[in-house]
Design a protein around this ligand. Structure first.
Ligand code: ADP
Ligand code: ASP
Ligand code: MG
Length: 416
């Protein structure tokens, strides 16, 4: 059994879907589960639909039309006959979306988000499954929500491993080519949940774990895991082999090529993870596995944008002690901030985090009651693993440093 994951970039247009089929033909698709994300930037477009649903109803219909038009043009390119049943299937799915938005009474943004955002994956997998069928790659389309069970922490749901394992064991046919959605799950009431943005890699790992797969491969628009994000750094180099631990560290610090939760289930069962190029599918790419730290052993650069840096000091110059720190962390947890760096000294405490749920103002109100607060929004966090002097100098060059922290293997720098 092998698990493949194709992300949004790999199926951003009809060419991409055709290429997916070509990858399957080149590398083999027996006993294979293919996990697919929403096409191109569909998830972002659906986020706009959700925003309009809550804040700007006048723009709602138009934002839905854009998502429809995008998929229709792909359908027209992929299916010669306008009478192919897929056209009707997709129309029905969009009908379900309209009907949910018309009937919904819940004011809970996170709940509505998960019910709406999942349409991207449902639509993409229906289209791809039908296309593969059309060209002779017979496959089963699975609704992933019947397999991956979670709690109801909408937008960042936690997997119920016992139930998920049970569902997969009882209902999954490993002998055929299966196509299913990444990113989605369902809660005890069968409402759709999501595993967090970019969560489809994690879906592949969950199946890999529960199916005891031989390997999991995520197909990307890059040759594999590089020592830096090529969008921000020139001359990024391919890492041929890295250990689970190293990959977990890179993903944790924000190397967005692998979703951070992906590695842990694979490591537990020592299932290798391959990161390969969907444009050169027979190239080796990167192998993540047991042992061997990192090869070649070079500095790795990671950047996270849109961070918030908050520095706190006590109002009366007293020390910041355990009780203050535990209170600060309680608030960060309450407002669902994802913390990336902390630094403390006798009278100050700094924390760099992501404001994913838009709760910054409320958090600051609480903090200002107790501390002197300095806030820097929209800052960048650079992390260099296996740093050397030259690597540090290249990151610091021309930037205003707000925070710098070194450990043996890692340096983190926050800049404006
Ligand atoms: P998907 O289509 O699967 O969602 P993503 O766009 O999320 O794929 O991930 C691939 C992108 O990750 C690459 O195009 C690259 O810009 C970015 N990236 C960030 N860090 C790295 C890295 N260390 N190595 C390779 N790619 C990286
Ligand atoms: N479509 C989702 C997203 O864009 C999940 C994924 O692509 O992994 O976040
Ligand atoms: Mg992605």
């Amino acid at each position: 059994m092998q698990v493949f994951k194709f992300g949004g970039a790999s199926v951003k247009n009809a060419e991409g879907v055709k290429n997916l089929a070509s990858v399957l033909k080149q590398v083999g698709y027996n006993n294979t589960l293919v996990v697919v994300s929403a096409m191109g930037k569909t998830t972002n477009s659906l986020e706009l639909v959700i925003k309009n649903y809550f804040d700007d109803k006048a723009k709602l219909a138009n934002s839905i039309l854009e998502v429809k038009a995008f998929h229709e043009s792909i359908l027209i390119d992929l299916f010669e006959h306008i009478h192919h049943p897929i056209f009707k299937t997709i129309t029905t799915i969009f009908g379900d979306l309209d009907s949910f938005l018309r009937r919904n009474k819940s004011p809970d943004y996170n709940f509505v988000y998960d019910q709406v955002i999942g349409f991207g994956e449902l639509i993409s997998t229906k289209i791809i499954s039908a296309y593969l069928d059309q060209i002779g790659l017979k496959n089963d389309w699975l609704d992933v929500r019947e397999f991956i069970k979670t709690d109801n922490y909408y937008r960042r749901a936690n997997v119920d491993w016992e139930q998920t394992q049970h569902q997969i064991k009882a209902n999954f046919d490993t002998k055929i080519l299966n196509i299913t959605q990444g990113f989605l799950g369902s809660d005890a009431n069968n409402f759709t949940t999501t595993l967090g943005r970019e969560g489809s890699d994690y879906t592949a790992a969950i199946f890999g774990y529960c199916l005891n797969a031989e390997s999991v491969t995520i197909w990307k628009d890059v040759p594999g895991v590089l020592n830096a994000d090529p969008r921000y750094f020139e001359n990024a180099q391919l890492l041929n082999r890295i250990s689970y631990t190293e990959a977990i560290e890179l993903a944790f610090y924000g190397a967005s090529v692998i979703h951070p939760k992906t590695l842990q289930p694979l490591q537990q069962k020592e299932i290798p993870l391959f990161v390969k190029s969907f444009l050169n599918p027979t190239n080796l790419g990167t192998r993540v596995g047991k042992g061997f730290g990192i090869e070649p052993n070079i500095p790795c650069y990671i950047v996270k944008k849109n961070q918030v840096l908050v520095s706190l000091s006590s109002l009366d110059f007293s020390y910041i002690l355990e009780e203050n720190i535990s209170e600060i962390f309680k608030l960060l947890h309450l407002y669902k901030m994802k913390v990336d760096v902390i630094q403390n000294s006798a009278i100050s405490f700094s924390v760099c985090f992501e404001n994913t749920y838009g709760n910054l103002e409320r958090l600051l109100q609480h903090l200002k009651a107790k501390f002197k607060v300095t806030v820097y929004e929209d800052v960048s966090l650079y992390t260099v693993r296996h740093y050397n002097d030259q690597a540090i100098a290249s990151v610091e060059k021309g930037k205003k440093l707000l925070l710098k922290q070194l450990t043996q293997e890692t340096i983190q720098i926050v800049t404006t």
